[in-house]
Ligand binder design. Structure first.
Ligand SMILES: NC(=O)c1ccc[n+]([C@@H]2O[C@H](COP(=O)([O-])OP(=O)(O)OC[C@H]3O[C@@H](n4cnc5c(N)ncnc54)[C@H](O)[C@@H]3O)[C@@H](O)[C@H]2O)c1
Length: 249
């Protein structure tokens, strides 16, 4: 296949839905061979290849990455996208919920990245892109646990980029605003008035609407691209202006 990612193999965790799916499709359209690692691969269709793995289970991650490398000839790009939402104030999430969400959103990235590094080290265009969030920098209502995980992802990104720069492995993250995906639909279902909450989510962006999965996928593709060789240890906001703009309403 010709294209910017021609000859490269990309792994997208959580690539069966939402932002991950849009990213997997975009990387494939730009020439990559793309493997989707997900707990549910039923929705994965060619040219994407599905590999069942749970980012909380090291054995399943290692087995899936070994299969990807054997099937596709290595791994050049890792998009650590798998993640779950959590709603609540600091009083509202039980200890077990903290353990569960941190395990998926934070330790999951460490688990998949460490398992992928032996393959990435063999690549001359190795890149990792992590999914942080505006929640890393902005105090969003009822998102204490989720924000803790996404702040951790941002901090991990900078630390991982530092450790890996001498090996030619770039590490960056995106900080999306609220993206209209199934993830948001599920979160809205937990509110008494989901329609009012959706309108509030649209209004939160200075642009007046939620971010699209494609817009985040394009940002991830930019950071993962072999053409971005000088970009490492950065966080790219794809947030409709939430973080830095103060518009008159
Ligand atoms: N949607 C948003 O508003 C938004 C904003 C900022 C950041 N993000 C982040 O983007 C990422 C993707 O979000 P989305 O909205 O596309 O979500 P989504 O729910 O549409 O997709 C998440 C995917 O991850 C998979 N997944 C969940 N747990 C997994 C596990 N343990 N192992 C493997 N796969 C697992 C799911 O099966 C699903 O396919 C998440 O990390 C999320 O925190 C989302």
């Amino acid at each position: 296949m010709s294209g910017e990612f021609s000859g490269l193999v990309a792994v997208v965790t959580g690539g069966a839905s939402g932002i991950g799916q849009a990213t997997a499709v975009e990387l494939a359209a730009r020439g990559a061979a793309v493997a989707v690692l997900d707990v549910n691969t039923d929705a994965v269709t060619p040219p994407l290849r599905g590999y069942r793995a749970d980012v909380t289970d090291r054995a399943s991650v290692e087995a899936a990455l070994a299969s990807v490398a054997a099937d596709l000839g290595g791994i050049d790009i890792l998009v650590n996208n798998a993640g779950v939402s959590a709603v609540g104030t600091v009083e509202e999430n039980a200890d077990a919920e903290w353990t569960r969400v941190l395990d998926i959103n934070v330790t999951g990235i460490a688990r998949v990245s460490s398992a992928a590094l032996p393959y990435l080290r063999a690549s001359s265009h190795a890149a990792i892109v992590n999914l942080s969030s505006i929640a890393a920098l902005n105090g969003l209502p009822q998102r204490v646990l989720y924000s803790a995980t996404k702040g951790a992802v941002m901090a991990m990104t900078f630390a991982m980029a530092t450790d890996l720069v001498s090996e030619g492995i770039r590490v960056n993250c995106v900080r999306p605003g609220t993206v209209a995906t199934a993830f948001v639909d599920r979160m809205l279902a937990g509110f008494a008035d989901p329609i009012a909450e959706r309108a509030a989510l649209d209004a939160r962006q200075a642009t007046g609407r939620m971010v699209t999965p494609q817009e985040v996928a394009d940002a991830i593709a930019y950071l993962a691209s072999p053409r971005s060789g000088s970009t490492t240890g950065t966080a790219l906001d794809v947030d409709g202006g939430v973080t830095h703009l103060r518009v008159r309403k």
